[in-house]
Ligand binder design. Structure first.
Ligand SMILES: [Zn+2]
Length: 308
């Protein structure tokens, strides 16, 4: 009986490694890159529009080599049904309505909401999707058509089902929320890419990185993503933790595959598309795959087959 093992990333490793960093904070992303780049760690930066920190062409140069994802125009919130009701009934009052005021902005269906703690923009489902679409168009114009494939909710997952449904229909490869999943899934690839999140952030990076490093091989493909803001390392004085992470898990291609979020999901899809019969093993995808047959390494090239 032939032993066929297709659960490998490039380099015949089981563990993938990536990051997903939000907001496009240029000085902090620059500092973040100074750590991850020499370690060979790759990943995805999630940008919101409008982009105002520097000329647009400089963004393209700055983020060269990294994947870019959509983090929504205006970093907008989805208007919840509750907020909407309150706006309709003109209940916004510091004493009675979540201590918030809402004002309609110059943009139709987009509200500026002032709470006791902060100010944010919130849109109706249709308006929200319009913000997503405008961000998408601008980022595609800058970074290339078809290059922007992921969406990341600003301010975490928004509890508006209609907005979520519209977002799912938009055709993103993945939709990320906020919050660490740590090891609760055994570092499995996300079961549902429309609600996936990162494994660790600045609060728990060192222990979770160690856990991932030591996680035993169970024959499955593994996934580790670091989130979520480069600024957090500065704000909370955690750059040493990022250094620890890079020193521990970086520059080890014999153990980890360093890729962007989108590349990892593409690769997973390609593995799932492999066709195995008595006579042959077929790779119908445009991605080179790394497999083992009876313990021996084979590269199953894009759109090719190995006949037994
Ligand atoms: Zn954000």
């Amino acid at each position: 009986m032939r032993q066929i093992d297709v659960n490998f990333f490039p380099g015949w490793v089981r563990k993938s490694l990536t990051f997903t960093i939000d907001d496009g904070n240029i000085p902090m992303d620059r500092k973040f890159m100074e750590y991850v780049k020499p370690a060979g760690i790759r990943g995805t930066f999630n940008l919101k529009t409008p982009l105002t920190a520097m000329p647009l062409e400089d963004y393209v140069t700055f983020y060269k080599g990294y994947e870019i994802a959509n983090h929504c125009k205006f970093h907008a919130y989805a208007l919840t049904e509750k907020t909407k009701r309150e706006i309709k009934n003109e209940l916004f009052d510091p004493e009675t309505a979540d201590k918030a005021y809402a004002y309609l902005t110059d943009e139709p269906d987009l509200y500026r909401i002032h709470t006791y703690a902060w100010t944010y923009l919130a849109g109706t489902p249709e308006k929200y999707l319009d913000c997503v679409d405008q961000c998408q168009k601008q980022l595609e114009e800058m970074f290339g058509k078809g290059k922007i494939r992921g969406f990341v909710w600003p301010c975490g997952e928004q509890k508006n089902e209609k907005t979520f449904d519209l977002l799912k229909q938009y055709g993103f490869q993945s939709i990320r929320k906020t919050g660490t999943t740590t090891d609760s899934t055994g570092f499995a690839l996300p079961a549902d890419r429309t609600v996936w999140s990162y494994n660790a952030n600045y609060t728990n990076l060192c222990p979770v990185a160690k856990l991932y490093d030591e996680y035993p091989d169970d024959g499955e493909l593994k996934f580790f993503a670091l989130g979520v803001h480069s600024k957090d390392f500065e704000t909370y004085g955690k750059w040493d933790d990022l250094k620890f992470f890079c020193d521990l898990l970086g520059n080890r291609p014999e153990d980890f595959w360093y890729a962007s979020v989108g590349e990892i999901f593409d690769y997973e899809d390609a593995v799932k598309a492999i066709e195995i019969t008595e006579e042959k093993i077929v790779n119908p995808t445009p991605i080179d795959l790394f497999i083992k047959i009876d313990g021996k390494r084979y590269t199953l090239a894009a759109n090719s087959e190995i006949v037994f």
